[in-house]
Structure formats: structure tokens, C-alpha cells
Design a protein around this ligand. Sequence first.
Ligand code: NAP
Length: 488
Amino acid sequence: MRKFGRGHTLDTTGATGRELLGKLALLALAMACIDVLARGGCFADTGLGSECVRQVAIVGSGPAGYYTAEAAIKLWGDEVKVDIFDMLPVPYGLIRTGVAPDHQSIKAVSRRYEATNLSDNVRFVGNVMVGKDISIGELQEFYDAVVLATGAPHDRKMGMPGDELSNVFGSAAFVGWYNGHPDFAALNPDLSGKNAVVVGVGNVALDVARILAKTRDEFDGSDIVVHALDALDASGVEKIVILGRRGPHQIAMTPKELGELGHLHRASPRVDPADLPDEEEDAELEPGQRKSVTHIRNYAALGDEDRAGKTVDLEFDFFASPRAIVGAGKPEAVLVERTKLDGGRAVGTGETYPVPAELVVICIGYETSPIPDVPFDTDAGRFANDDGRILPGLYCVGWAKRGPSGTIGTNKPDGFEIVDRIAEDIGAGAEKSGGDGFDALAKDRGINFVTFHDWKKIDEAEIARARDGAPREKFVHVHDMIGAAGKG
Ligand code: NAP
């Protein structure tokens, strides 16, 4: 005799015929019970008793948020309700405002997130600023688990003299400008100078340099916003210097993206062969990095004949650490110190030189925005967490958990792992009010939140106003988004 959940007992001895069938049915039921118990002990889908639904709030509708929602639905099916909050009235976070506008194939992943949105148990709740419209404590009253998937939207500070000058931007601001993020739509960078400096040799620096280098035609099929397209079209930039404080072996640029620099209409990459390490040392690199370094070697081998007709120089300056930006009001040059590697670290040699620059974009990584009452690790620039756990019932995932690293796909296992941890912690949930509780509070406070249905109206309006060949023309002001949703 064995005992199963909720007092069902099963005698598996001496059964024949109809009796056996009955026992098999009981066994199947028992197996279902075990499965349910393993998922937290909720019997809503077995017809065995009271319905218990976990209530999960995800703050941030980028990849980390949507993979977490997807994982929750996969694990709990109808026994979970997920509300995905975003401060903007539009979903998908970095897919919309971070991924380069000329990388449309990467943005296609949003179709997968859309499928998650179409689940009856998932709700998009846009235009809500958590920490301002509603506190974390209030969210925790309504939801069994609150997962911060807020990414890392702020620039890490360089902290060098002159970085407060106008026309010096962090990459969050500059990328946000050409991608139509409402916070940066009015950035209005001055692109009339001939010289631009991009600090950093990561994929964001690569995006920024490529966008600065492209012709208007090369943006065909992209969703770059029209204010940026027009400004770049009128740009006077002829030389873009990409500063790497270490060498070619230490770049953080992926091969596919780095390879694009070799196929630009008017721009050509330039690398000083003297900066290249011995070729046999490439064998020690992991294969992807080796491919990237091969691109750098190919660029170093380009001659004047390869650059015929190219009017924009994309120059890599390796072993070059920026020390100050000099200029009166606006930048005129970046003062750079030559470095050498010491145990993998860049150390200054004392030799300095100016690199002319009327525009400077600093692409050295991002930080998460703190939220009141949420423990924050200031040194790491993200929420203080233990494998995604912040406090009881409060979690983080993606860049808000691990810092700004990896690709979009890296967030998928992150999302699935955090849901497993939540399952361990919350069991069947505590019969919280979830979305109903939030809706009542929103009504009291007059929070004009946007649903997925509302977003689809914004989406349609953006598609309808697209210029020829573009997938959409984004609204860059929140009030226009709200208007298009019919909620103005
Ligand atoms: P990142 O990959 O961490 O690169 C940051 C760069 O800034 C590094 O070259 C770093 O050099 C440099 N840096 C940091 N501090 C510096 C300082 N004080 N002075 C000079 N240089 C400094 O960051 P990211 O480019 O912002 O990218 C963030 C994440 O998004 C990455 O995982 C990236 O791959 C991903 N991303 C992917 C794509 C894509 O797949 N298409 C596009 C954009 C972004 P050191 O190495 O010497 O520290």
C-alpha cells in the first residue's frame, strides 16, 4: 500500500480485468498528483480541488523579462498569471531601443515574445514606472514573485576630465538617440565636425562606429528614426577613431559584426600592423575570438588601392587609453596615453598624444538603475543578488542580475533558471490578488497603463507611417505613443 497526495491510496496487489483497469486509472491519477506536487502542489488542472494560481510580476519587457515569462508559462501552464511591466508604453526593451536599427534580423526575436504575450495568462502592462507609480513593496503585496528584468540602461561613467563637455555622449544616450528612445530623442548631437572618437572596443562601440560611417542608402530596410537618419545624412564626419585601451587579442567584438566593417559603401577600416601580436599567438584564442582577430589582421593588410573611393576612415587605435577630453565648451581632442599589456591589464607608458575629436561617444558598458528599497551593488552596477534572489519574493534576471554581458540568447537560460528558483521558494503561491490588485491601485492613482492590445495599435500606427522600405517609423515621444494607443 502506498500513499499519494491528498490521501489517495493505491493497492497494487492481486488485481485482474476491470479491477486492473480501475487501478491503472488510479495509478495515472496518482502520477498526475506527483507531477503536480513536484510543481508546487497546485491541483487546478486535475479537477482535484481548489484552484491556486501563482501571481508573478516581471519588471522590464526586454529579452530577460520575456524569457522569464515564457519559462513561467512552460512550468506552470494555467497555474500562473504573469504581468510584465514596462516604463514605456511599448514592449521589448533593448530589442527596440538597443539593437542596432540596421540589424533587423536580430529584432525578429520579438515575434517569439509576441507569442508569449498572446497567452491568456500573460499581460503586458506598459507606461508604468515601478519605483515611482508603484513601489516594490506594493508590487510584492499583489504578487508572489517580483522579478526585476530592468536591464542596464545607464552608461558606466568614465570619470575623466572633460567628459562633461557638450557633444560627449555615453553609448546609452547615443544609441537611444538613433533608436528613438524617448529619453534621448532630443539629444541632437552635432555631427558637423570631421573627427569622431568612439571609446571602447566592444559590440556597442562597433554599432556606434558603423552607424556613424553609413550612407543614407545603407539604412534602407532599417528602422533608424528619421531624425537620426537626416542628421547622419548631413554629417561631416570623415574620420572615426575607435580607441582600445588593450590590443587586438583583447577586443570584445564578435566576428560577424566586425566583418561588416569591411563592406561599407564609403568607409574603410584601418589598423596599424605594428599593433598586431605575432600570428602564431592567435592559436591560443577561442575560435570566435580568433575569427574576430582575423578580421583585424585583414583590415591591417588593406592598402590604398583597397580604399579607393572611400571617404570615411574607421581607424582602430589600440593600446590607447583616453585620459582627458580637451576643448572649450565642445571637444577638440581626446588626450590619449599609450599603454602596454602587463599581465593582461593595460598600463600607461607615460607617452601621450591628442586625437582630434569634435564628437566623442563613450561605449564602455552599462549599469542597472537602482530602484528605491532594492539592495544595490554599487561597485558592480547591478542589484545585489544571490543567483537572482534579492530578498524573499524579489528576484532579478538578465543584465539586472549579472551585468551587461552576453547576447540576447544568454537571457533565455537566465529566465528559466530564475523560474526554477521561484518555484522552489513560492510553492503553490499565497493566493495573492495579482493583476486585480494592481488594477484597483492603478484606478485609484490614475495610472494610464497600456495593454498588449493598446501596443498593437501603436505598432500598427508605426508601421503605417514608415518611410519607403522601412519596417516602421517609431514614435519617439511617450505622448504620441499614448495617443496612437487611443489612451490620450
Ligand atoms: P563590452 O562588451 O563590455 O565592451 C566594453 C569595452 O569598453 C571593452 O572594450 C572595454 O575594454 C572598454 N572599456 C571599459 N572601461 C574602459 C575604460 N575605462 N577606458 C577605455 N576602455 C574601457 O560592452 P558593450 O560593448 O557595451 O556591450 C555590452 C553587451 O552587449 C556585450 O555583451 C555585447 O556583446 C552585447 N552586444 C551585442 C551586440 C551584438 O551581438 N550585435 C551588439 C551590441 C551589444 P577592456 O576589455 O579593456 O575592459
